[in-house]
Design a protein around this ligand. Structure first.
Ligand code: MN3
Length: 261
């Protein structure tokens, strides 16, 4: 089994990696202890927020279902490209950035502000990409969709008026992402409030301190093969594969981890 992101190992890599790790831990409870798609115990259906890590490298987690199992809503060709090429590319980029940043930390490394700045950008972009895609795969499932239930439905009604109103709002936010980015349902634990955020490219800055529960990738690579430029049709289809039990379990974990006083 691939191990998840290991705090001590990451901290030895570079000061930047420490900052990254802090940001990631701020965005999700550090509860994950298994392979993607698996949890265990009482939170069996909760997503794993950890980054897959093995033998000193970040690794691409396997999809928790078959490539063609989200058909007809999300096609197998898109899933192959998206997971095997795009997500894999972010994992590779994250490993390259952390390695280069470690080298810059060597005592005899020359000062190079431009290089450092570029590597920091690479680190944020690729770490965000790895994190968001890892969660994205887990919050979809075959034969899913429908309406959320239980505590999640209650929270959506409290914060958006109704489940239908939430879906309308979320679709509008997704439609409004300019260029490449994400719409995210998050839990803000201080107010115990659900919020919808946008992320530009893979930028997670706005999500620090909140728990991402349900991300939707609206980069063109997520839908262009099947839906061409009609993002709204892709978003409409995506509701049919949303793994609501995982989202609800994620909310329960976030409340338990962040709100225990
Ligand atoms: Mn993507």
């Amino acid at each position: 089994m691939d191990s998840i992101l290991n705090r001590r190992d990451l901290m030895t890599r570079s000061a930047s990696a420490v900052a990254l790790a802090g940001a990631l831990w701020a965005t999700g409870p550090a509860v994950a202890t298994g392979a993607v798609g698996g949890g265990g115990g009482e939170d069996a259906a909760a997503p794993d927020w950890g980054l897959a890590f093995k033998d000193g490298q970040y690794v691409l987690p396997a999809l928790p279902y078959g490539y063609d199992t989200l058909e007809p809503h999300i096609d197998a060709a898109t899933m192959h490209l998206h997971h095997d090429k795009h997500h894999a590319g972010y994992v590779k980029g994250l490993n390259a950035a952390t390695k280069s940043l470690s080298e810059l930390s060597a005592p005899d490394a020359p000062e190079n502000a431009a290089l450092l700045s570029g590597l920091e950008e690479d680190l944020s972009f690729n770490a965000g990409g790895h994190f968001l895609h890892t969660l994205f795969w887990q919050t979809m499932a075959p034969n899913a969709g429908g309406d959320p239930k239980g505590a999640l439905a209650d929270a959506l009604v409290k914060d958006f008026g109704s489940v239908a109103a939430f879906k309308t709002r979320f679709a509008r936010v997704a439609a409004g992402v300019k260029g490449s980015g994400w719409a995210l349902l998050v839990h803000e634990p201080i107010a115990d409030r659900l919020m919808i955020l946008q992320a530009k490219q893979h930028d997670l800055q706005l999500a620090v301190g909140v728990t991402p529960l349900l991300p939707l990738d609206v980069w063109e690579h997520a839908y262009y093969l099947k839906y061409q430029n009609v993002r709204a049709e892709y978003v409409k289809a995506w509701w049919n594969v949303v793994n609501w039990p995982a989202v609800e379990a994620g909310l329960a974990v976030s409340r338990k981890q962040h709100m225990a006083r």
